[in-house]
Design a protein around this ligand. Structure first.
Ligand code: HEC
Length: 125
């Protein structure tokens, strides 16, 4: 009888150990595209996410009293009127003036947020 116990217990313990070590973090199994790690683009809104980025990096040169290049990014209307040139400029795509001008490129997550918002139709939310 004693022997039977061992044959059942040893595999049971090994199974338990293997289960415990199974590495099933979503981020490890499905790595996010470069730069998008920890970038939450699930609930991107103009007022909550996009406007603060523009206010910090762009509005100083692009507002109603000083619309450099003809772009006013201080209001939703101004930003949606600029949408055709917006993404290319912040992604530093060829054929666009790289923005923010004379300053480091926006972070990958900031660019993803703006890209997502534009893809959603640039809503005033
Ligand atoms: C230091 C001033 C300055 C800052 C900061 C700045 N811009 Fe500009 N922006 C300009 C000027 C000047 C132009 C006109 C084109 C040029 O001189 O490059 C321009 C042009 C643009 C254009 C048109 C680009 C094109 O190729 O047609 C867009 C879109 C734009 N800016 C968006 C932004 C965004 C978005 C930010 C923030 C991430 C930003 N800008 C920050 C000065 C600035």
């Amino acid at each position: 009888m004693r022997k039977y116990h061992a044959w059942i217990l040893i595999p049971a313990i090994l199974f338990g150990l293997l289960q415990g070590c199974y590495y099933d973090k979503k981020e490890t199994l499905y790595p996010a595209p470069a730069g998008s790690t920890n970038c939450d683009t699930t609930s991107v809104t103009y007022s909550g996410k996009v406007q603060p980025i523009l206010a910090a990096s762009c509005v100083g040169c692009h507002n109603s009293g000083n619309a450099q290049g003809g772009y006013d990014l201080s209001s939703h209307t101004g930003v949606s009127n600029s949408s055709a040139r917006l993404l290319g400029s912040i992604k530093h795509s060829s054929g666009f003036s790289a923005m923010p001008k004379n300053a480091p490129k926006l972070g990958d997550c900031q660019i993803l947020i703006i890209e997502k918002w534009l893809a959603n139709g640039a809503p005033n939310n």
